[in-house]
Design a binder for this molecule. Structure first.
Ligand code: NDP
Ligand code: ZN
Length: 352
């Protein structure tokens, strides 16, 4: 089969590989829709997780089951499924400890395009199918559903990591597709004043649609000062980081009230350290929590996120700005993600 792969840091291309084989608990899936991610860009062009050779890229997909192992109970060939970006080993001790994202080691629940071939291929392998696949509800189109495995669940995870509570003032730094879903998540969790930081007009418009009360442009002035100006010098209760770089933490700490929390879902592709300013962190005693986490995976999370779409409380299709048709268009979609034209939020590739 053919797949679109990372050949080495900074290099991508099409390769031929053997079709994967399902173990007793596993499934083989054919993609119906896939989406490239900013994380694919960090992985290939920033070398953020180190060198990888001939590893098929991609971790965002919905697909059709083509084969299941003998012990799979709930799925059969022909089922249309949502495939989470994170497909943990659910029996691992880290999963038992509540952190399935790190089953088998730091970030090791993230298998696709990290430790094994990803979804940008004619077929891909899903471990523990009963625990890691969710049926695609009939009413959700694949192009919408493909926002669930990563964009929706990651954005909402940022809001959960920041601990948003009803009435909190919240700042979301970065309003690409992930940050926009953090805006939606924080809004559902009860944010009052909800500040969204970005520069591109299309993202600003979506942020307002998803619940932002104010949009702040980081290119036209210091965002800490802008937040302090809008909050009578108080700052915010919660900061969700979904964009920026290692310096963004300093800004998040500075705009946070004592007792507040930061939820980072940004993938730090470069730099050795993040920055926590000593004075703004209360000389070590400010009760300002800093949390950062990999997106959750597994079946239940996908079913819950899909339920939000099914009942009409969330419309992630508003993230999709570019559509491609055919597996061979994956390369174009990924390059679009790398180049980030101003009218892009998220591209999808539909495989008919
Ligand atoms: P985008 O690149 O589409 O969006 C980034 C956002 O950050 C944009 O709104 C951009 O503004 C803004 N931004 C850039 N620089 C700054 C800055 N200096 N200060 C403030 N804002 C800034 O990324 P995605 O939404 O696709 O992904 C966001 C991050 O989440 C990525 O790092 C991605 O790898 C990561 N991620 C993490 C996951 C996890 O499991 N934790 C899962 C999936 C993704 P504008 O473009 O408008 O100028
Ligand atoms: Zn992703």
């Amino acid at each position: 089969m053919k797949g679109f792969a990372m050949l080495g840091i900074g290099k991508v291309g099409w390769i031929e590989k053997a079709k994967p084989v399902a173990g007793p608990l596993d499934a083989i899936v054919r993609p119906l829709a896939v989406a490239p991610c900013t994380s694919d860009v960090h992985t290939v062009w920033a070398g953020a997780i180190g060198e990888r050779h001939d590893m098929i890229l991609g971790h965002e997909s919905v697909g059709e089951v083509v084969e299941v192992g003998a012990l799979v109970k709930d799925f059969k060939p022909g089922d249309r499924v949502i495939v989470p970006a994170i497909t943990p080993d659910w029996g691992a001790v880290e999963s038992q400890a509540g952190f399935h994202q790190h089953s088998g080691g730091m970030l090791a629940g993230w298998k696709f395009s990290n430790f094994k071939d990803g979804v940008f291929a004619e077929f891909f392998h899903v471990n523990e199918a009963d625990a890691n696949l969710a049926l695609l509800p009939d009413g959700i189109a694949p192009e919408t559903a493909v926002m669930l495995p990563d964009m929706v669940v990651t954005g909402f995870h940022g809001a959960a990591l920041a601990g948003v509570c009803p009435g909190d003032t919240v700042c979301v730094i970065g309003i690409g597709p992930v940050g926009l879903m953090s805006v939606a998540g924080a809004n559902m969790m009860g944010a009052s004043h909800l500040f969204a930081v970005g520069s591109r007009p299309i993202c600003a418009e979506r942020a307002r649609e998803y619940g932002a009360t104010d949009v702040i442009n980081y290119k036209t002035g210091d965002i800490v000062q802008q937040i302090l100006d809008k909050t009578k010098g108080q700052g915010v209760d919660r900061v969700i980081i979904a964009g920026g770089d290692v310096d963004t933490f300093a800004q998040a700490v500075e705009m946070l009230k004592p007792g507040g929390a930061i939820g980072n879902v940004n993938y730090l592709g470069e730099g050795d350290f993040i920055k926590i300013p000593r004075l703004a962190w209360g000389v070590g005693m400010g009760h300002k929590m800093v949390n950062g986490g990999l997106t959750p995976g597994g079946r239940l999370k996908m079913e819950k996120m899909a339920a939000l779409v099914e009942v009409g409380k969330l419309d992630p299709s508003r993230l999709v700005t570019h559509r491609f048709h055919g597996l061979d268009k994956i390369e174009d979609a990924l390059m679009l993600m790398k180049d980030k034209p101003t009218d892009l939020i998220k591209p999808v590739v539909l495989i008919d």
